[in-house]
Write a protein that binds this ligand. Sequence first.
Ligand SMILES: [Zn+2]
Length: 144
Amino acid sequence: MLDHASFDEIREGQAMIPDITTLEHWVDTILTQLTEDTSVTFDITEVHSPCGDFNADPESVAVRLRINTDSAGSIFLGTDQTSEEALARLASELQDHIIDHEWGRPLPPCPGHQHPLSTGVSDGTAYWKCPHDEDHFRREILSL
Ligand SMILES: [Zn+2]
């Protein structure tokens, strides 16, 4: 269960930087939805200064994904305005890495369709949804 106190991180007009514990929970949950491959692991590090990577913000959190022992990429969070936007973006970027790893399989699959689900935020909630028709399928990424 997600600690609601972590949502106090949201400050008006500032980027939202998720705390590490929250982020671990998010990544764990999303990876469970995406793959049963237990060789997929991740590290989360705080980035407090530019580290030579042009994607890195001066203040951000990096999720480094590893598949077996190979680095599969980094996802930087810290530019999103709300927790829900950060969650949806994290899910979308993890999904891209996992789909690459799984040779383009549609993950997570949209029930009854050939495509993967897409992510989005509506009414302050982050969802997995059918990219063509939200009425066909929509589910919260995390039930908070
Ligand atoms: Zn669909």
